[in-house]
Design a protein around this ligand. Structure first.
Ligand code: WT7
Length: 644
C-alpha cells in the first residue's frame, strides 16, 4: 500500500469545520464519555418534541442497546418543517433527469407540501403508524417524497432497488409484510425503460396483503391496470389536503427496513431507528463532507441502497442542505455526464463509488478535462476499497489536486459512515479510509479475538455501540445475534478484513466472509448459488469472487450439471438468465465454469477458499488439502481454469 501522505491545501483548511487537534480531542472525549458527547450532539443536530430520559443504555455484552430512550421526534419534521422559516425558498432537491434536458428544483417549502400531501394519501389508503410500505421507484423526487411521507406518519418504509427482479421484490415485500407498494409505470436509465409496474404486478401475484399500489407516471407508456388496487400518484395527491401534522415518534421507533445480503441465507431486513439513526447521519453528513450552508451536495447512489438513504435523503435534508438526485447513469449521453452535471448545478461536494471512478478513468481524461469542475470542493468515495490508481486519478484529474477525498467506510448495518477522513483535519493516504469517526471504536483481531498489532491484517470489529447502528434484523432477533455478535461476544462483527497502520489509519481490504462486492453492490455467494440450482440442469453450484479491474470483483460460478445433461453455451445463457430472474442483473455471473466435481471437506462443505485461489491463479497458496474428501478434484479444476 502507498503510504505517502497528501498534504491538504490551505483553502480547505480555512473552510473546514474540524481541525486535526480538535478531531483528536473530540474523538478521545467521545469514547471516554459517550453519554455527554452524544447528548450534546443530539441537542445540536436534532429538534426533539420531547427530550430523552437516557442517551444510551445497555451494550454489546447482552446486545440490549438503546439510544435516546423516551425521546420524541419525527424524522420528516427534522428534514422539512424546521427548515421552512429560514430555508423555505432554498432548494432542498435538485433533480437531474436521465435526459440532460430534464431537471427540476424543489424548494424546502414545496418539498414539505408534496410530502404532506403524499402522507395524507398514505393515510387515506389505510396506512397507519408501524405499517410497512414498499417503495420500488427510480431516482425521481417521488422516491424521497414517499420515504419522508412514510416517516411523517410513522410508517416503516422498505425501499427496494429498481434493478431487483420480480422474485427479489416479492420476497422483500413478503418478508416485511408490506401493505402498499409505491412504484412508477416505468423507470428510465441511460435512455432505456425499466418495467417497474409490470414487475410489481408479477410480484403481487403472491402478496395477498398488499391492498394498494400507487403508481407515479414517469413515462407516457401505458401499463396494465387493476381498478381495485392501482392508484395514480398524481390523481391521489390532487385529492388530498396539504396539511399533515408530523406524528410524534419515539426515538426507538423504526424508521425503515433495508434488505442487504449476508453470507448465509436470504437477504436480511436491516432495521434502523428514528432518533439514533437521524442524529448519526446528520452529524456525519455535516462533518465528513464539511457541509456549509447553501452548498450543493451530490451523492450519486440510488435510494435503493443505504448510501442513498443516509447521504442522498436523510443526512443532507436533516442539515437543511441541497441534495442532488440523478436519475441516469455516468455514461449517458456521454462519459462527461457526471462532470457536466457538476458544472450545470455548481456542485460543491461529490460522493460516488470506486467502480464508477474506475469505469470513467478507462474512458480517458478528456471527458473530464473538457468540463470546468471549479465548483468542486470535496470528493467522496464509498462501497469498496479504492485502488491507488483510481484514487490518484480522482484526486488529480477530477479534483485538480484541490479537493480532499473522503474515503468513507461503513455498511448498511452501521447506518452511517464509521471510518473516514475529515476534510482539512486528516492528512490523506490514498486507499485508506483513515480514522474512526467520533464515538466509533474499531479493533482488528485474529480468529480467536486477540487484538492484532499495527500492520497485521485481521477481522474488523466495533467494540462500542454508536447511535446509527441497526436495531435488529426485522422479525429475526436470532439472526441479528448470530450474524453480528456470535463470533466475538461483546463486539460487533463487520465481516471485513482490515489492518491499522502506525499512524492509526485503517486500511479496509475487503470482506472476510462469503459476501461479494460487485461494482460496489453487496451479493451473498449463497444467494447466487441458490439461484443457479433452481435450474433443472444444475446439480450443484459454488460461487466465488474473481478480481475485476472495473467492478472490483465479478461473479465466478462453478457449476456441476446433473448426470446426462450436456454443457453448452446456450445452457450458460439460461443459467445467467436464471440468476437475473431470481435476483437481478447485478447477480449475473460473469463466468460459468463447468465442473465435474467441487472441492469439499469430508463433512461435505464446499471449500470456497480453495476455489478463490484457483480462480485468481494463486496456486502456490492453496494451503492444506488434506481435509478434502477427494483431492483429485482440485487438479482437475486447475486444469480447466487454466485453459481459459
Ligand atoms: C461493505 C458494506 C455503506 C455504503 C455502501 C455499501 C465495503 C464500504 C468501503 C470503503 C472499503 C468498503 C465493505 C463493507 N465497503 N465502504 N470505503 N472501503 N470497503 O454498503 O452494501 O452494506 O456494503 O462495503 O466490505 O462491509 P453495503
Amino acid at each position: 500500500m502507498n503510504n505517502e501522505i497528501h498534504s491538504v491545501l490551505p483553502n480547505i483548511i480555512n473552510h473546514t469545520l474540524v481541525t486535526e487537534a480538535q478531531y483528536r480531542e473530540l474523538y478521545e472525549y467521545s469514547l471516554r464519555d459517550p453519554e455527554s458527547f452524544w447528548g450534546e450532539q443530539a441537542k445540536k443536530y436534532i429538534t426533539w418534541f420531547e427530550q430523552w430520559e437516557k442517551v444510551f443504555s445497555g451494550g454489546f455484552d447482552k446486545v440490549d442497546v438503546h439510544w435516546f430512550q423516551g425521546g420524541k421526534l419525527n424524522a420528516s419534521y427534522n428534514c422539512l418543517d424546521r427548515h421552512l422559516e429560514i430555508r423555505g425558498d432554498r432548494p432542498a432537491i435538485i433533480w437531474e433527469g436521465d435526459d440532460p434536458k430534464e431537471s427540476e428544483i424543489i424548494s424546502y417549502r414545496s418539498l414539505h407540501e408534496k410530502v404532506c400531501r403524499f402522507a395524507n394519501v398514505l393515510k387515506q389508503y389505510g396506512i397507519k403508524k408501524g405499517d410497512r410500505v414498499c417503495i420500488y421507484l427510480p431516482m425521481i423526487p417521488e422516491a424521497a417524497i414517499a420515504m419522508l411521507a412514510c416517516a411523517r406518519i410513522g410508517a416503516i418504509h422498505s425501499v427496494v432497488f429498481g434493478g431487483f427482479s420480480v422474485e427479489a421484490l416479492k420476497t422483500r415485500i413478503q418478508d416485511a409484510d408490506c401493505k402498499m407498494v409505491v412504484t412508477a409505470n416505468e423507470g428510465v436509465r441511460g435512455n432505456k425503460m425499466i418495467p417497474l409496474k409490470r414487475n410489481v404486478d408479477a410480484a403481487l401475484q403472491d402478496c395477498p396483503h398488499v391492498n394498494y399500489v400507487v403508481v407515479v407516471r414517469r413515462t407516457k407508456n401505458s401499463v396494465s391496470w387493476d381498478q381495485q388496487r392501482d392508484i395514480w400518484y398524481h390523481e391521489a395527491i390532487a385529492r388530498v389536503n396539504v396539511e399533515c401534522e408530523a406524528e410524534i415518534m419515539d426515538a426507538e421507533d423504526p424508521l425503515f427496513i433495508l434488505y442487504t445480503s449476508g453470507s448465509t441465507g436470504k437477504p436480511k431486513g436491516i432495521l434502523h431507528s428514528t432518533g439514533g439513526y437521524l442524529l448519526y447521519v446528520a452529524i456525519t453528513h455535516h462533518l465528513i463532507f464539511d457541509y456549509h450552508e447553501k452548498e450543493i451536495y451530490w451523492c450519486t447512489a440510488d435510494v435503493g441502497w443505504i448510501t442513498g438513504h443516509s447521504y442522498g435523503v436523510y443526512g443532507p435534508l436533516a442539515n437543511g442542505a441541497t441534495t442532488l438526485l440523478f436519475e441516469g447513469v455516468p455514461n449517458y449521453p456521454t462519459s462527461s455526464r457526471f462532470w457536466e452535471i457538476v458544472d450545470k448545478h455548481s456542485v460543491n461536494i461529490f460522493y460516488t463509488a470506486p467502480t464508477a471512478i474506475r469505469a470513467l478513468r478507462r474512458e480517458g481524461d478528456e471527458w473530464v478535462t473538457r468540463t470546468s469542475r471549479k465548483s468542486l470542493r470535496i470528493l467522496g468515495t464509498v462501497g469498496e476499497p479504492i485502488n491507488s490508481e483510481a484514487w490518484e486519478w480522482y484526486f488529480r484529474i477530477v479534483g485538480q489536486e484541490r479537493c480532499p477525498i473522503v474515503d468513507t467506510w461503513w455498511q448498511t448495518e452501521t447506518g452511517g459512515i464509521m471510518i473516514s477522513a475529515l476534510p482539512g483535519a486528516t492528512p490523506l493516504k490514498a486507499g485508506s479510509a483513515a480514522w474512526p469517526f467520533f464515538g466509533v471504536a474499531p479493533l482488528v483481531v485474529d480468529d480467536n479475538g486477540n487484538i492484532l498489532p499495527e500492520g497485521k491484517m485481521g477481522k474488523l470489529v466495533i467494540t462500542q455501540p454508536w447511535p446509527g447502528m441497526l436495531q435488529t434484523v426485522y422479525k429475526n432477533a436470532e439472526r441479528f445475534i448470530n450474524a453480528y455478535f456470535r463470533e466475538f461476544p461483546g463486539w460487533y462483527l463487520t465481516g471485513d478484513q482490515a489492518y491499522r497502520d502506525a499512524d492509526g489509519y485503517y486500511w479496509i481490504l475487503g470482506r472476510s466472509d462469503d459476501v461479494l462486492k460487485v461494482s460496489g453492490h453487496r451479493i451473498g455467494t449463497q444467494e447466487v448459488e441458490s439461484a443457479l440450482v433452481l435450474h433443472s440442469a444444475v446439480s450443484e453450484a459454488a460461487v466465488v469472487a474473481k478480481l475485476d479491474e472495473i467492478k472490483g470483483q465479478s461473479i465466478y460460478a462453478f457449476v456441476t450439471l446433473k448426470i446426462g445433461v450436456h454443457p453448452s453455451e446456450d445452457l450458460k445463457k439460461e443459467l445467467m438468465q436464471t440468476a437475473r430472474n431470481s435476483i437481478g442483473a447485478i447477480a449475473v455471473p460473469e463466468t460459468i465454469q463447468w465442473a465435474e466435481g467441487l472441492p469439499k471437506t469430508r463433512s461435505g462443505k464446499i471449500m470456497r477458499r480453495l476455489l478463490r485461489k484457483i480462480v485468481d491463479n494463486d496456486l502456490a497458496n492453496l494451503g492444506d488439502l488434506s481435509t478434502l474428501a477427494d483431492p483429485t478434484v482440485v487438479d482437475e479444476l486447475i486444469k480447466i481454469c487454466q485453459k481459459k
